[in-house]
Design a protein around this ligand. Structure first.
Ligand code: ADP
Length: 187
């Protein structure tokens, strides 16, 4: 079984969506094995949104592509866009309390990202968390110089989840138990 980290960002907490968001993941069979509310420090968030070159360039590339699709010319390099978004994200995630939790289950990262939906709520599948409970867009976020308000963060894959979980939870905070329906799900 795989683990994945989910963060309900300050916008999700402020909109009182904590219960609904957790339920979406639990309802499809994923098991909550750690959970807490906290106000992250800048140092924690800097570890989470790393200054890893691949991350900076991949976030920048996604953003550049979405601008090009709309015919907007972008002068910044992918890395520069990535750096700018990273700074916004660090500020965004330290703005208020968040809820962090770890889910465990079959293909937990892939399934959780499907439930969360695409990064930009405007385009996210309407049955996903971001599509159902949010409507923000890159262009609106840009005009206000803030990160796109998309309620949740979900680790990109199982390997990244492992290192992200270590940032937010100690070994002692991760629990082992059997969900009553595990037999009918995986037996
Ligand atoms: P995801 O959270 O879907 O994995 P990314 O890792 O690409 O997406 O981006 C991390 C976070 O950065 C997103 O959840 C979003 O809040 C924010 N973000 C990404 N691209 C932009 C952008 N172009 N403008 C504003 N915020 C952005």
């Amino acid at each position: 079984m795989e683990k994945v980290l989910v963060l309900i960002k300050p916008d999700g907490v402020e909109r009182a969506l904590v219960g609904k968001i957790i339920a979406r993941f639990e309802d499809c069979g994923l098991k909550v094995v750690a959970l807490k509310m906290l106000k992250p420090t800048k140092a924690m968030v800097e570890k989470h949104y790393t200054d890893d070159e691949n991350w900076l360039v991949s976030v920048g590339l996604k953003t550049k592509q979405s601008y090009l699709e709309k015919g907007i010319e972008v002068k910044e390099t992918e890395r520069e866009i990535g750096m700018r978004i990273r700074q916004m994200l660090i500020k965004g995630l330290t703005d208020g309390p968040i809820v962090a939790f770890v889910l465990e289950g079959n293909s937990a990262a892939e399934i959780s990202r499907k439930i969360a939906g695409g990064t930009e709520p405007r385009k996210a599948d309407p049955s996903s968390i971001r599509g159902m409970y949010a409507s923000d867009s890159y262009s609106l976020a840009d005009s206000k110089q803030r990160p796109v308000r998309n309620l949740v963060h979900v680790s990109e894959n199982a390997a990244i989840a492992e290192s992200e979980i270590r940032i937010w939870f100690s070994e002692k905070e991760l629990h082992e138990y059997t969900r009553a329906d595990e037999g009918s799900q995986y037996g």
